[in-house]
Design a protein around this ligand. Sequence first.
Ligand code: ZN
Length: 264
Amino acid sequence: MTFKFIEIENQGAVRRIWLNRPEKRNAQSQELLQELDDAFVAADRDPEIRAVILAGRGAHFSAGHDLDQAPRFVAGSIEDHYDYEARFYIEYCLRIWDLRKPVIAQVQGAAVAGGFMIANVCDLIIAAEDAYFADPVVQTMASAATEILSHPYTMGLRRAKQFLYLGEKMGAEEAYRIGMVNRVVPTEALADEAMAMAQRISMGSPFAMQLLKRSLNRSADMQGFRNAVQAHFDTHMFGHTTEGFRALIADGMKTALAKNKSVA
Ligand code: ZN
């Protein structure tokens, strides 16, 4: 498999998938997301791989969806737009959540909006000291949060409301303090520490690890995770039909992009 926007690194039973579009702060284009999903499917099926790391090349993990492409997808019918987001955003994110093997997000710099979304569906997050997280789209995009509303499950309901209503940045230390991030390490040590964590996971019985992940995720499902996420997706898509959102698109996303720069 050859990739243009991601890069694959194997070390023993660990596969690290690098988002490799650093000149665009690893913005998630349709092409990048397709490659990423193909890579996750391949990692899941590869019997040699026991743990996966999702990382980003350059100064930032990911600044989110590639907003340069947004007008392309919303210019079409509501039906096409729904299908696009259902596949590239929710289905591909749930693939990471449902992957049989543990997935670690290795985050430095920005993990904003769609960038936060793919980090937050990973099993664990290891962050560099300079990492920050934000989902500011109610402020910047007239949207009801990003497509996957996993926030209440990883940061608690009260904090999720603050994070989303204010669209504020949360630094690595704060994310660690509230339990959303597992570890914070010096930026220069991030890649090695993430690999050490993944290697440790890979030493466990792979089948037992698979069962353990399934049980832990089912405990979230029993608290409503999957239904809540699916329900939010429909609500989110309804938001894309509103005058407020359409006005942003008609404006060529200029207002949204300018507001986004203040966060990402
Ligand atoms: Zn959307």
